[in-house]
Design a protein around this ligand. Structure first.
Ligand code: ZN
Length: 411
């Protein structure tokens, strides 16, 4: 059976670094972890094994348009029906779209990612193309599908009483037959009754519900004007949409941070994408202090390359700058690393763990800490979060399947 010897491994849901004489796997699961002493630093140059990474928010469908939205606002670049993204994706054939998505997933595997939650546009057909790209590459695409076209016009949304029309109900059925759940751009894109209909439909089959909240001021302002409540409050209300996953929270105030944490639901932050669009950065440290369960995402591929090591680096530095000089150990790097590993478990369950132990899926990444710029680290977790480049990633495995392996690594 395949085996790595004398490595350092991040063990269990707390990602404890340990010496590991033998790490072995067979078929799709881990068969042996010989747990040795704690390894906060490296006594000798070593390979380091970490769990395979989960990207909590992507749009890989626009991988065909890298940097296409440079210089555009959120609305100009990304909103239906006339935003740059929708105009340009409409010009590509299904085969071209699938090829671009496959290329994007291969880049994600090359940079340590084994699964992602994708907010897939273009309705059921868009979901089907991503499903095919996922099967081709071995990366798990957890697809949260959105309507191809908005079911309501502005006047109907302002009136706020309409149910989903029959055509939208039919599209919802078609999407949920392929996808793992539902997503939309904002809570302002559907009526309150439509959100309740979608909650009831997805709850019946145990499928996921996700939504972008508080990305820019309009999200909260329009929601307040129409409903007397902000978009986050409506998204989390168990009698409205009852979302499992909230994305962004860039503008979350103290009350909204508390609401998010007390909901027990999961939030995915995307600080590099927010920065690229000239938006405020999410309150990472305040959310962590409040006890919110957080993921990290890279958002649209046209905005940011989906490399989670880059997102970890940016996020940890951002969180440190929000923690102030008086709290020099806050937040510890392991809290940031959990955002792409073990924090996924409560949201997805099943065979998604985000951590390594005997009997669990063999989903892991091998890092080259024999390299001169890494081997002398005095803080292994800080170096994983802040110093690993693409060339340092020697292999990515998901459920025992090799998604990427460098010719330099043999076992
Ligand atoms: Zn999104």
């Amino acid at each position: 059976m395949p085996t790595l010897r004398d490595c350092i491994l991040l063990h269990g849901p707390d990602l404890n670094p340990i010496h590991c004489k033998t790490f072995a796997w067979q078929d799709d699961h881990v068969t042996e972890i010989a747990v040795g002493d704690p390894a906060p630093t490296l006594p000798a140059p070593s390979l380091v094994v970490i769990p395979g990474l989960y990207n909590g928010h992507t749009h890989v469908g626009d991988g065909a348009l890298p940097d296409g939205a440079a210089g555009l606002t959120l609305e100009e670049g990304f909103f239906r029906p006339h935003g740059y993204k929708y105009r340009e994706l409409g010009k590509l054939t299904p085969a071209e779209l699938r090829e671009h998505m496959t290329n994007t997933l291969q880049f994600m595997a090359r940079t340590g990612t084994v699964a992602h939650l994708d907010f897939r546009e273009q309705g059921a057909e868009g979901a089907q193309l991503l499903r095919e790209a996922s099967n081709n590459t071995g990366i798990d695409s957890i697809i949260l599908n959105q309507f191809n076209e908005s079911p309501f016009d502005e006047a109907t949304l302002d009136a706020g009483t309409a149910s989903l029309p029959a055509s939208a109900l039919a599209e919802l059925e078609a999407m949920l037959a392929i996808a793992d759940g539902f997503s939309e751009s904002t809570m302002n894109d559907l009526t309150p009754r439509a959100w309740r209909e979608i909650r009831e439909r997805t709850a019946a089959t145990g499928q996921l519900r996700a939504i972008h909240c508080l990305e820019n001021p309009a999200y909260r302002d329009i929601s307040m004007r129409r409903n007397g409540r902000g978009d986050l409050a409506r998204a989390l209300d168990t009698t409205d949409y009852d979302a499992d996953l909230i994305v962004h929270l860039t503008l979350a105030n103290a009350a909204e941070i508390k609401l998010m944490a007390e909901s027990g639901r999961t939030a995915a932050l995307n600080p590099r994408a927010n920065a690229t669009l000239g938006l405020p950065l999410p309150p990472v440290t305040a959310l962590l202090d409040a006890g919110a369960r957080l993921l990290l995402g890279t958002d649209n591929v046209m905005l940011t390359p989906p490399n989670l090591f880059a997102e970890l680096d940016f996020t940890h530095r951002l969180a440190r700058s929000q923690a102030t000089e008086a709290r020099p150990s806050v937040p510890p790097p392991v809290d940031i690393l959990r955002m792409v590993t073990s924090n996924i478990r409560p949201l997805l369950g099943g065979d998604h763990y985000g951590y390594l132990d005997v009997g669990l899926p063999a989903s892991f990444v091998v890092l080259d800490f024999t390299a001169p710029h890494l081997r002398h680290t005095r803080n292994l977790l800080a170096s994983i979060v802040g110093r690993v480049g693409t060339a340092d990633i020697l292999a990515t495995y998901h459920r025992g399947r090799e998604l990427w392996r460098s010719a330099e690594l043999s076992f």
